[in-house]
Design a protein around this ligand. Structure first.
Ligand SMILES: C[S@@+](CC[C@H](N)C(=O)[O-])C[C@H]1O[C@@H](n2cnc3c(N)ncnc32)[C@H](O)[C@@H]1O
Ligand code: SF4
Length: 459
């Protein structure tokens, strides 16, 4: 018989022990630890090389950042600019297209396109016409592969039927709605009033327009959330049955996002916050969703879950993906590119970004060229995040630092994982602490004082 109280106590003590600030590992090395050993000339050389090595054959993925929003959601940790002035749309899109032209001029052939993702900010801040022009121009300069996937982030409050139809007509079949929470008090506190009827309308409209895949972003740890509000939210989510769900931990970094200070006194604290996640996860599993990995769930027939079962899952800056493309190019302010051997991030500020593009220069602001050691750790961390296990050879194991071995041993004792000279495998409990386990192999962070960097806590 399982002693439930004992299990809960163990879980709570693990929680206290491992609830420390660690990165989400959407990249390795993580952005704050990039060396900035990259200038624009070097970036252009590396892009050309990656394209010749694999991008030309495999195709490229595009992430396009569309940074404007009409209203500020006070919890938001994204790169955005708040404005109601829509005259910003055209000049911004023109800058993105000019940036794309710089890449086209660099590449020796017409690129094949594997995917486009429009992120933000709020892509649906832009009018359907402007978005259509943007995508049509990009499409006409590439060979769109038959299996290409186009997706966008839509705010339920301003994703109109016209947006859905226009984007569908240029190839979009996936939409991700920011839902966050359905509770009225929570919504009021985070300054994001979005009634169930509005989300239902946006979801129904997307299905009618032919979108085969709908994702909802939900967050746990928001002000005033409790077990009842989470239950209520998930029942409403179940009525709409999105194909995928991202259930994010609220990242509280008020030093970077001061509006988050407005509700600091109403935030659920550590154990309470974790119980919100556990409740949400329990409900999702009951509702027929499967866990993909860190914060992500999908229905069983979703390609993401099928890829997980077939060990074909990948992860990049935008989260889990089925796309094997190794060349991800980011366009727009603050966008990140990952070309395997190097990362770069564009100027964060919209005006700096536009000014650099006007000078006909790539808008790269910072970057990182990976060392061989980085490449080994990047693969290891990705394997752990995507497959809950990783293999290594004896030589790697013998060269692990003493700190890393001590941490692994402690985590093994805590029941989070098993390891031996040939690899590591996470236990069911360990999956909840995957960020901490990845951190063991984050050589760059281990070498620095953790306290120098601002990451949100694991829970
Ligand atoms: C760019 S937004 C989505 C598109 C659109 N702007 C919207 O809000 O509907 C991307 C997602 O990031 C997540 N997010 C934003 N700020 C966050 C924070 N502080 N902690 C955790 N997740 C956050 C939200 O779930 C949000 O849906
Ligand atoms: S959550 Fe979305 S809509 Fe709200 S401010 Fe952030 S990016 Fe804009």
């Amino acid at each position: 018989m399982i002693d439930k109280d004992k299990t809960v106590m163990i879980a709570q003590s693990l929680l206290r022990k491992y609830n420390v600030p660690v990165p989400r590992y959407t990249s390795y090395p993580t952005v704050p630890l990039w060396e900035n050993n990259l200038n624009i000339k070097k970036w252009a050389e590396l892009v050309k090389k990656a394209y010749g090595d694999f991008g030309e054959k495999e195709g490229i993925s595009l992430y396009i950042h569309l940074p404007y929003c009409e209203n500020l959601c006070t919890y938001c940790g994204c790169n955005k600019r708040i404005t109601k002035n829509h005259s910003v749309e055209l000049p911004y899109v023109q800058a993105v297209l000019n940036e794309w032209q710089l890449y086209l001029a660099l590449l020796p052939s017409q690129p094949k396109l594997v995917s486009i993702h429009l992120g933000g900010g709020t892509p649906t801040f832009f009018s359907p016409e402007v978005l259509t022009d943007l995508i049509t121009t990009i499409r006409s300069s590439t060979e769109v592969l038959p299996q290409a996937e186009f997706s966008f982030e839509g705010h339920p409050n301003n994703t109109t039927q016209a947006h859905l139809e226009a984007l569908h007509s240029v190839g979009f079949r996936r939409v991700s709605y920011g839902v966050q929470d359905f509770d009225e008090k929570v919504q009021k506190t985070i300054h994001r009033i979005q009634p169930f009827a509005k989300v239902k309308e946006a979801t129904d409209n997307a299905r009618k327009a032919g979108y085969g895949s709908i994702n909802f972003d939900l967050i746990y740890g928001l002000p005033h959330q409790n077990l009842q509000t989470i239950e209520h939210t998930f029942h409403q989510v179940n009525d709409l049955k999105p194909d995928r769900i991202a259930f994010y931990s609220y990242a509280h970094v008020p030093s970077a996002f001061p509006a988050q200070k407005s509700f600091e006194n109403f935030l659920p604290q550590e154990e309470e916050k974790r119980s919100l996640y556990e409740k949400g996860k329990e409900l999702l599993l009951e509702m027929g969703y499967n866990e993909i990995g860190m914060d992500h769930f999908s229905l069983p027939d979703d390609p993401l879950f099928i890829a997980k079962k077939q060990k074909l899952l990948h992860r990049n800056f935008m989260g889990y993906t089925t796309s094997p493309s190794r060349m991800l190019m980011g366009l727009g302010n603050s966008s990140i590119s990952d070309i395997g051997a190097a990362y770069s991030q564009n100027q964060k500020d919209i005006d700096d970004y536009k000014a650099q593009i006007e000078r006909k220069q790539f808008a790269v602001n910072k970057g990182h060229v990976l060392t061989q050691e980085d490449e080994v750790h990047k693969k290891l961390i990705l394997d752990i995040i995507c497959h809950d296990k990783a293999e290594w050879d004896l030589d790697f194991f013998l060269k692990l630092s003493t700190v890393a071995v001590v941490q692994l041993e402690e985590m093994a004792q805590d029941g989070l994982l098993n390891y031996d000279p040939f690899g590591i495998r996470l236990s069911t409990t360990g999956k909840a602490f995957v960020r901490n386990i990845c951190a063991v192999f984050d050589q760059r962070m281990q070498r620095q004082k953790r306290s120098n960097f601002v990451f949100s806590k694991t829970v």
